[in-house]
Write a protein that binds this ligand. Structure first.
Ligand code: ZN
Length: 584
């Protein structure tokens, strides 16, 4: 078989299985003793990942000899050569002389602890800053300012979003990043977003906290490292709770408490890793954000607590009917214990401390109606479900959303990102709606001294930051041209967000309306570009030019983003309504 043959990986699997078989036999015959982990003494002697193999055994010479015999036997049986000198041995709590002796026997090199495996440092301490240095270094290189200098803001946003999912993901999905490290990562990202081309400390026009808000809330939907880290770690908790089998689970179960749900007192004696991973999920009110999202799909209902767990609706019955809960004799019982099977029919059998008063009877009727819809299935096991997601399955995305919480949606931003325009146009419009463009007024607010603060276009004294985009005589003319072009009445608003919201067409579909919103953004972008041209390149103020640039931007978007849009620029200029109508 040639190298690169698609069958090769499968063949490797067969061969690898042979090696595992040999090890298993040796263990059975008491020739090799692997590690015994935890109270249940789960034995671990070999782990394989792709073409990597790791052997584990206790500190004894006979183990090493057996290992050598296994490997030699493997060579003879499969005709594969083992590179002993490329293999490494690491001893944990093993006397130095023993290590030297084993190295000689196996003819291999020594590996220092901590070491790197699959891109992660094994044996390091993630609570130390040093542990995270590779992540920080990688981000620093990827997000260095010189790279950002050649990109538009829209491009930089893309780069930042892609970088976190690359290397740091390994680290973030297994270890809790200390607060300081999260801050550092955010700082690097923020600097890349805002600081380019200039040496001194850049102005973060929008704080990182706000940039991390969703687009509908007026942010850019950037990832907040801390919450992302927690969402990734929560995946382990989900797997821990929802998976029945798995070697990783056996090992952890044996090492830590069996069936541990992670209460504060039981965690104190455990390792930092185990504690971190539970601590993350316990943040927030009550039992924590993670528990709040967990629910059950009822089967035979022997694992589900009637009052405490979530199995009907979105919250537990204890918090929906607190008064009844206090009266219940079934407080800590499972659903199964709160009913009986009469033949094939399930009957609820709630018991109370005393007779109910009238008001409580009403509550009881409500409770019965509430739970009557649920069907207990005798034959099936109870299944854990993740609440936020419709399929009941955990996803890092939904966990992240849960960590972030619900923000308030702002109409203008909700519309803006749906507008039909290039990303660079939209980012400028976004900044204008937030009033976070480096206009003279905004710069002087941030302590940058200006020679004059008069308007670039009309030279009048600037009173409001909306002057540049709405009130300036020159810009009023631009909007005027635009209104006449598409033949609607002018929109008059002194606040940019309101102006954008009411910039609408009647009798068009939603999709077509978004083209119109895109034109709004294009005008803002053109005004901004023209302003920069006048300020930095001594350009001439020209309202017609600004308007035509906006027309061109919107036409280019239609031409490149809408298939079967065959109108020429002239047609677009002469009859935009006809062209828009073709966009369905
Ligand atoms: Zn002006």
């Amino acid at each position: 078989m040639r190298q690169g043959d698609p069958l090769a990986p499968f063949l490797l699997l067969i061969v690898a299985e042979g090696l595992t078989g040999l090890v298993r036999q040796a263990v059975k015959a008491n020739l090799l003793s692997g590690l015994r982990i935890g109270r249940k003494e789960v034995e671990l002697s070999i782990l394989q990942f792709a073409d990597d193999t790791l052997f584990f055994c206790t500190d004894s010479f006979s183990n090493v000899v057996t290992l050598k015999a296994i490997l030699r036997g493997f060579e003879l049986a499969f005709g594969l050569k083992i590179n002993f000198h490329k293999s490494k041995i690491a001893g944990i709590n093993v006397h130095r002389n023993n290590i030297l002796c084993y190295m000689k026997t196996l003819n291999c090199a020594e590996m220092a602890v901590p070491f790197k495996y699959l891109g992660l440092e094994v044996g390091g301490n993630p609570r130390r800053k040093k542990f995270w240095e590779p992540v920080i270094d990688k981000l620093e290189t990827r997000l260095s300012t010189w790279r950002g200098r050649f990109l538009l803001m829209a491009g930089r946003i893309c780069v930042i979003k892609s970088v976190l999912t690359a290397v740091p993901l390994y680290y973030l999905s297994l270890f809790r990043a200390p607060e300081l490290v999260c801050k550092n990562i955010n700082r690097i990202q923020s600097r890349f977003l805002w600081g380019w081309g200039k040496e001194k400390k850049p102005i973060s026009w929008v704080s990182w906290k706000n940039v991390c808000k969703s687009k509908q809330e007026g942010g850019l939907g950037m990832i907040d490292v801390r919450d992302f880290n927690h969402a990734l770690l929560a995946k382990w908790k989900w797997r821990w709770l929802s998976e029945e089998k798995g070697r990783w689970k056996y090992i952890l179960e044996s090492k830590y408490e069996e069936g541990s749900e992670g209460t504060h007192s039981s965690l104190k004696l455990q390792s930092w890793w185990w504690r971190d991973f539970h601590k993350v999920c316990m943040e927030g009110r009550g039992q924590g954000w993670f528990q709040a999202e967990m629910g059950w799909k009822l089967g035979r209902s022997d694992r589900v607590k009637f009052w405490e767990d979530v199995w009907v609706g979105n919250t537990n019955l204890k918090s929906v009917f607190p008064r009844l809960y206090s009266l219940s004799c079934n407080q800590s019982q499972t659903v199964e214990e709160v009913g009986v099977w009469e033949g094939d029919v399930w009957r609820w059998n709630l018991r109370w401390r005393r007779a109910r008063f009238e008001r409580e009877s009403v509550l009881e009727t409500n409770l019965n109606a509430h739970i009557s819809r649920t069907i207990v299935k005798r034959q099936e096991p109870d299944i854990r479900v993740w609440g936020i997601n419709d399929e009941g399955c955990f996803s890092v995305k939904s966990a992240y959303a849960s960590r972030r919480g619900d923000g308030t949606c702002i109409a203008a931003f909700d519309l803006l990102w749906k507008a039909k325009a290039f990303p660079s146009v939209l980012t400028t419009a976004w900044r204008s709606l937030l009033d976070r463009l480096p206009t003279k007024e905004c710069l002087s607010k941030r302590g940058v001294t200006m020679e004059s603060t008069s308007c670039v276009f009309c030279h009048s004294k600037v009173k409001s930051s909306q002057h540049l985009f709405l009130e300036c005589d020159v810009v009023v003319r631009v909007w005027d041209l635009c209104h006449r072009w598409i033949n609607i009445l002018s929109v008059q608003h002194n606040a940019l967000q309101n102006h954008f919201n009411s910039f609408t067409l009647t009798q068009v579909s939603n999709k077509q309306e978004m083209v119109w919103k895109g034109i709004w953004a294009a005008i803002v972008r053109s005004v901004w570009e023209h302003r920069n041209l006048v300020v930095f390149k001594q350009g001439v103020v020209d309202a017609e030019e600004m308007f035509q640039q906006a027309q061109l931007k919107s036409w280019l978007w239609m031409k490149y983003r809408v298939c079967r849009f065959n109108y020429s620029f002239v047609e677009w200029v002469l009859n935009p309504m006809l062209c828009i109508k073709s966009y369905k």
